[in-house]
Design a protein around this ligand. Structure first.
Ligand code: TXA
Ligand code: MG
Length: 320
């Protein structure tokens, strides 16, 4: 896959129906022209993503979002976009007919966000179309926070726009305005408390997820490394040289351990920890000496909720 910083080339590829991986402030996205169903179909093929899992459309302005939402004058949309866009908040709301069925998996709603990353914004504006983009990883696998993570997992991408490491490191918060009360579909960098300062919002009921495969953002297994992953609160003994241990913060006791160790933050800061979470999991996945990964639980407050959401889903298929 060609990798570089040629914006004109990337935008032309998008317009012509090709696939461009690009950085956002959260994770790398795998983009296609969101109004071209054939181009969007290629995203599903390259990601091996099931067709029931709908995509987010990325826009360059609230005005561009108004062309996709059925009721752009909804006061909740106005309030949320004024406060949080550009930024890591995705809004799900009824869609206009212009949005292709393949983008929404046939649902009457569409997910839209205006990213804050300058490269993402320039790409969307230069291409002149909304850009459909899931995270640029194989379905169910770790999300990419560095360009080489995209290269490791995907083939069939026409161009990779290099923007270095993504800053936030966990995916956007997703809010659904489909029903009468707004619901949180996926926790992210923007917290429930921050959103509640703007509009009332409820947690999506976890039981709903079982009956509604149409809200696949709530799948129990996701973001998984290719090695067993176990969550711990405190580690009683050194799991040894075939293990990788991800701690929140450094501790003198870690110095004597044989296990491969990564600290998510030098001070235990959760925002810094979120930024390094997927990068640390990728590093452990790539390290041939590591056969098993252990990760420390963090406090579920603020962005800690998004961190533990990703960690639990990453560990789920290993039954831990
Ligand atoms: O930060 C992000 O959101 C990143 C960057 C690239 O923007 N994108 C991302 O996309 O995480 P993806 O496809 O990996 O996750 C989007 C989630 C999926 O779980 C999908 O099920 C949900 O959004 N989704 C999309 N459209 C939806 C809709 N109409 N109703 C409910 N959920 C929807
Ligand atoms: Mg994803």
């Amino acid at each position: 896959m060609e990798r570089g910083t040629d914006m004109q080339k990337a935008a032309a590829i998008l317009r012509e129906g090709g696939l461009v991986a690009f950085p956002t402030e959260t994770v790398y996205g795998l983009g296609a022209n969101g109004l071209n169903p054939v181009a969007v179909a290629r995203i599903f093929e390259v990601k091996k993503r099931p067709a029931f899992d709908p995509l987010i459309l990325h826009v360059g302005s609230p005005e561009q979002a108004a062309e996709l939402f059925l009721y752009p004058e909804d006061s909740r949309i106005k309030a949320l976009t004024e406060r949080f866009w550009p930024g890591p908040l995705t809004i799900v709301a009824p869609r206009k007919p212009i949005v292709p069925d393949i983008v929404t998996s046939g649902m009457p709603t569409v997910a839209v966000r205006m990213p804050a990353h300058p490269i993402a914004l320039e790409l969307i504006r230069t291409a002149g179309v909304p850009v459909a983009a899931p995270s640029a990883n194989l379905f169910g696998r770790l999300s990419p926070t560095l360009p080489h993570h995209v290269q490791k997992q995907l083939t069939g991408v026409d161009y990779l726009l290099d923007g270095g490491k993504t800053q936030i490191g966990v995916e956007s918060t997703i809010i659904s305005l489909a029903g009468e009360t707004a619901t949180l579909l996926r926790p992210g960098f923007i917290t429930l408390e921050q959103i509640r300062e703007i509009i009332p919002v409820e947690m999506a009921n976890a039981n709903d997820a079982e009956d509604q495969p149409l809200a696949p953002g709530l799948l129990k297994s996701h973001y998984s490394p290719e090695k067993p992953l176990t969550i711990f609160e405190s580690l009683e003994q050194d799991p040894g040289s075939h293990a990788g241990v991800i701690f929140l913060a450094p501790d003198p006791a870690h110095k004597n351990m044989k296990a491969h160790i990564i600290h998510l933050s030098c001070s235990g800061d959760l925002i810094e920890a979120a930024a390094h979470l997927f990068t640390a999991l990728h590093e452990m996945e790539n390290n041939p000496e590591v056969e098993e990964i252990f990760i420390q639980k963090v406090e579920e407050k603020g962005i800690g909720i998004a961190i533990m959401d990703r960690v639990r889903k990453a560990a789920y298929r290993h039954g831990k």
